[in-house]
Design a protein around this ligand. Structure first.
Ligand code: ZN
Length: 104
């Protein structure tokens, strides 16, 4: 089992965030795994840190939903994407918006 570093909100309430070793995920058949090179800090991350986020979160959760990196692994059914392709991911933290992922 391979591990990676992640900033984890491990419980509800103010603070309760720490850098942890977590199990590196494996992509499902139609998924890709992104190796994160940089992550932004969103206002939602600050609300999660302060423990007053309005969206339902279920700790433990890995923080950082706006990030960029490269495709590190592809699932068995993935044909459109290749390892090494640079990628940008924005997962909306506003209910009315949809997130997006794009090659850049
Ligand atoms: Zn956000």
């Amino acid at each position: 089992m391979e591990c990676m570093k992640a900033v984890v909100k491990y419980a509800h309430g103010k603070g309760k965030v720490e850098l942890r070793d977590v199990t590196k995920p494996s992509p499902g058949p139609d998924e890709v795994l992104i190796e994160v090179k940089a992550a932004g800090i969103c206002g939602s991350d600050l609300h999660i840190l302060d423990g007053d986020i309005k969206l339902p979160i279920k700790p433990p959760v890995i923080m950082g939903h706006e990030f960029s990196g490269t495709i590190a692994e592809v699932g068995s059914s993935v044909t459109k994407w290749k390892i090494g392709v640079p990628f940008l991911v924005y997962l909306s933290c506003v209910e009315e918006e949809e997130g997006l992922a794009a090659e850049y």
